[in-house]
Every structure is written in structure tokens, then in C-alpha cells.
Design a protein around this ligand. Structure first.
Ligand SMILES: [Zn+2]
Length: 177
């Protein structure tokens, strides 16, 4: 034991902690029912790696840090997913559709809830696919606001999410097994 370097316990602890954090979202990001481009945006979102307006303002690329969708707060990951009025309404729409009973509206808590919920593996995969699609379309709405000065309605976004998740389930479940 005495030959171990002093810092090894801290290092091991950090590694375990790091792995635990990863385990929270791995099921969602690598979910086979999620569309690949939704997985990519989810992976960026759960790690707070999207180039949000708040982040761009911090490095001087943007002069404002306001949310491009609602203009009512600094656009960081916590705001976009899902403090923003628009994204929260889209989330509630998704919850109603899939029967997600969690009252949570933060991404990390939602992922934890989805992981713990007593549902079949398939239902959980559908939940994850829905959430990944939501992250993708909220990010799209934000980008569309910037590039096209156009934000799709909550209804239109919900409709798109439902359509793409249904198609994906149909494609994946009929081409596998
Ligand atoms: Zn907003």
C-alpha cells in the first residue's frame, strides 16, 4: 500500500464519479430507437456542449446572451432544457403524449426519472427517443429563430416529434429481430 502514489485515491474517486455521471445519460444517447442526428444533439446537450447564445456572449462572439426563442433569459443549457417557456410547453406536450408522469423539467432529472421508471425496456426506449427528438427540435427552433427569424409553433414541433418517433419505431422494429 505504501508504494501507491498519494493522489491515486483522488484519481480513482474522480474516475468513478465521472463514470457515474456518464451512466445517467448513456441509455438515452445510445438508444437504438433514437434517430442518429437526435442522438448527436442529445449527446451535446447532456454535456452542455452546444454553442448556446450565453456561451457565445461569454467569448465575445455574440453581443447578447438572451435566449433566441423567448428573449426572456440568458440562453444556457438549463434555460433551453427546459426553463424556456417554449421548450417547457413542448416538453409538457411530449409528456402528455407518452404518458410521462414526472413533473420534472430539468434535463438531468428527467433522464434520472426515465432511467428509474418501472416500465418495459421498449417503453423506456420510446421515452428516450421522444426526449432526444425534443432536444433536437428545441435546438432546431433556436437555430431557426437565428437563421430564418422563424420559430415553429409548439403544436407544429409536437406534431413533428410524434411523426418522426413513430416512423423510427416502425423502421427499427421491422428491420431488426
Ligand atoms: Zn427561452
Amino acid at each position: 500500500m505504501s508504494s501507491w502514489p498519494k493522489y491515486s485515491i483522488q484519481e480513482v474517486y474522480d474516475k468513478i464519479k465521472g463514470d457515474k455521471q456518464k451512466v445517467i445519460w448513456d441509455k438515452m444517447v445510445w438508444n437504438r430507437l433514437s434517430v442518429p442526428k437526435h442522438r448527436f444533439i442529445s449527446w451535446m446537450a447532456v454535456q452542455s456542449k452546444l454553442q448556446t447564445t450565453a456561451k457565445l456572449a461569454q467569448v465575445g462572439i455574440s453581443t447578447s446572451d438572451r435566449c433566441l426563442i423567448c428573449h426572456n433569459g440568458a440562453e444556457d443549457h438549463v434555460h433551453l432544457f427546459f426553463q424556456c417557456e417554449y421548450s417547457e410547453r413542448c416538453l409538457n406536450d411530449l409528456k402528455r403524449w407518452l404518458g410521462i408522469t414526472s413533473s420534472s423539467s430539468t434535463l438531468q432529472e428527467l433522464i434520472r426519472w426515465l432511467k428509474r421508471t418501472k416500465q418495459s425496456k421498449f417503453v423506456k426506449q420510446v421515452f428516450y427517443a421522444g426526449l432526444a427528438a425534443l432536444l433536437y427540435y428545441v435546438w432546431q427552433a433556436r437555430n431557426s429563430s437565428y437563421w430564418n427569424a422563424l420559430i415553429p409553433s409548439v403544436e407544429a414541433t409536437g406534431k413533428q416529434i410524434r411523426a418522426i418517433v413513430k416512423i423510427r419505431i416502425g423502421t427499427v422494429t421491422t428491420t431488426e429481430d
